[in-house]
Structure formats: C-alpha cells, structure tokens
Ligand binder design. Sequence first.
Ligand code: GLV
Ligand code: MN
Ligand code: MN
Length: 414
Amino acid sequence: MTESYSTLRVNADRMLASFIHLASIGATGDGGVSRVTFSEAHLAARKWFRAEIESAGLEFRMDGAGNHSALLSCGPADAPTLLLGSHLDSVPNGGRFDGALGVVAALEVLKTIKENRIRLKLNLEAIDFTDEEGTLVGLLGSAALAGRLDPEALKNPRGGRQNLVEGMKRAGLSEEGMLKATRPKNSLAGYLELHIEQGKRSERAGIDIGIVSVIVGIRSYRLSFIGRADHAGSTLMEDRLDAGQGASAFTLAAREIVMRDFPNCVVNVGKMEFSPGAFNIVPALVDVSLEFRAAGEEEFTRLDSTLMKCAEQEARRFGLELKIEFLGTHSPSLMSVNVQNVFADVCNGLGLTNTSLVSGAGHDGQSLAGICPIGMIFVPSVDGASHAPREFTKWEDCVNGANVFLQAALQLAT
Ligand code: GLV
Ligand code: MN
Ligand code: MN
C-alpha cells in the first residue's frame, strides 16, 4: 500500500448523502429505482451527477456517447488517465445499488484525492457509462469509448431501434457522435470498478471483498417460432401449428441442457411475445428473448451451438419455422492479474477478508478488456438479490469497498 497515503479514507457520510439522493431519482417506492437508459429519470440522475461534479470543483465532460465524467488533473498534463466508474442507468424496476454505488464511490475517490491535494503519476476520471444494462444496446458507452461499438449494434439494438432513436434524441446524442467517442488507447492507464456482487458467494463465505478474476461472456438472440393462427376452439389439437408450444418447449429444454451439461453456465428467456396474442387464437408467432452466459470461450461456443440446435429441434417437433436473429455478444473478459494483486494487497492492508470471484453479471470492464488493464471488486449483496428493488448491501460494506477502491487507485497511480 502507498505508504504516505495508506491512512487516507473516503468521507463515508458525504458518500452516503450522495447515494441517498441518487436513490431518490427514479425511485420506485419499494427501495428500487427505474432509470432505464435515456428515460427522464436516467437523464435526471445524470443531471444530478453533473451538478455534483461541478460543485466539487471537478471538471465535467460528456463525450459523444453521452458518457458523463468528472476529471481530476492530479498528474502531469500528458499522463494517461485511470478511469474509475460504473453506470447510472438501471434495469426496469432495478435496485438502487447496481451501478450507482460504483459511480458514487468513484466520485468520492476523486473528491478525497482533490481535497488532500495529492499529486499522482496518472490523471483520474470518474465515469458514468451510458446504457450498461442493455435496455437499448448494452455496454454502449464503454464500447464507444473503447472503439468497439459496432454500427450494426445501433441498427438492430436488442431494445428496439425506435427506442434507441427516440432515447438518443431525448439525450441530445447522435449515432455519428457515438461512433466518434473512441479514446486513443494510449490515453487510458486502466479501468477500475466497484460493484455489488449480485450473488451470494461472499455473503455466504463471510468475506468482505470479492476480487473479480473474469467477467462471463454474454450473448443474446431473438428466436422467432413461427406457426399459424387458427381458431382456438374449433381447430383439433393435432392440427395446430402452435408457436407457443415450440417456444415454451425450447425454454424448458434449454434449462435442462444447461443444468445437466453446462453447470457453470446460465441461460435466460427474459421475454416471450405472442402474436396475435388473444385467448381464442392459436399463437402464430412467438418472439423469444434469449440470453446466455459462460466464463470460458470454448464452453461459450459449445453452449451457443447446443442451444441453437435445441431451438431447431423443438420448432420441428411442433411443425414450426424458426428464425434466428443474432443480437450481440460480449466475450468472457479476464481481469488484469496485476490489478487483482493490488486489490488483494490493499484488502490485506485494511484488514479486509477477500476472495477471487467470477462475475456472472456483465460490466463495462468487458469493453475495455485488452485495451487497458481492468479490475473490479465486489461488496456482498444481502441474500444475493439484484436487478430487483430488494437489492441491498450494508453501508459498512459499501464504505469498505470504497476505501479499497481509493487505496488501489492511489497505488496504481503512484
Ligand atoms: C448487467 O447487469 C447484466 O449482467 O446484464
Ligand atoms: Mn451494474
Ligand atoms: Mn445490472
């Protein structure tokens, strides 16, 4: 740990006040928040973030992808930047910690370093990335910053093209601007993120800090099971081409396949849209929103082909046509070994127990993997709950995480 700064700590009361204020923006009334990308609540949270940055005397910047940043020039003018961040968007009816904690902690780290007038070898930036959650594209802002935003992803976003276009308009952003938000690789010294675990492992083991080793790969598809609309009363069961049966059979089979043959992977059907969608019409079409995740490349590829084969098989079984639409992928991402070691060193110095964890959730670090060293830490999620209003992390754990974050940033930037 950096000798001269090893006793430095974040201002926990100030960070809590920011966190509480942020949780009130888009609050759902049951402890959660709904701040889907470019919604009024999301834009209000970003406006609040900007005001916080400016009132702390930090420099504010927004790039072409809408990423909001606080800049602290604590290093030489030509020094690269160490990014600290997360996201202010949420899933619909999400929790108040996911993303928000990381942004509030990143800002608090900058405030702490600024008020202590610390000079470092790197400049620091606290960043709120656009659309981490993928209600529109997923990891949109970080992919743009990393120069990895595929123009195709904007043409056919998983959240729907119209929602993207309308949202960008509300936020005053354009496709051209998004595609030009790339930062030069040599300007980035690294990316660090503090996040809630969103699982039960550290809580169960009674461990203070999880140090992420890898973030799983995530891929999504829209599968359309196409049958034929018929009268639901007068058509014999054996005469139906029922798209609902194929989609449902696939959903159940996918779960079985993953549990039996891919015990370290997960699959999710998060949405099924039935058309025409009436009590008395046999479903002619079901659009299935499919997502699956794996930590290793080989397993990821094998899981993909197994699930696609399964969809084809179930469609055939019910006499249906199948349309497969690829919606995007993020490869499994390894965290920097050096950064993991720094985190472990800092935890040990602070007397915090720590363990290495795989992240089953996606994070913006995936966009930056291979471009600069990345590292993430997790703080325990009570009961593992996340993407739901009951998401909760004890404030003491949040503060521990923020102090590890502060000390690791100091160590990496010194
Ligand atoms: C983001 O939280 C994701 O993993 O989908
Ligand atoms: Mn998150
Ligand atoms: Mn999330």
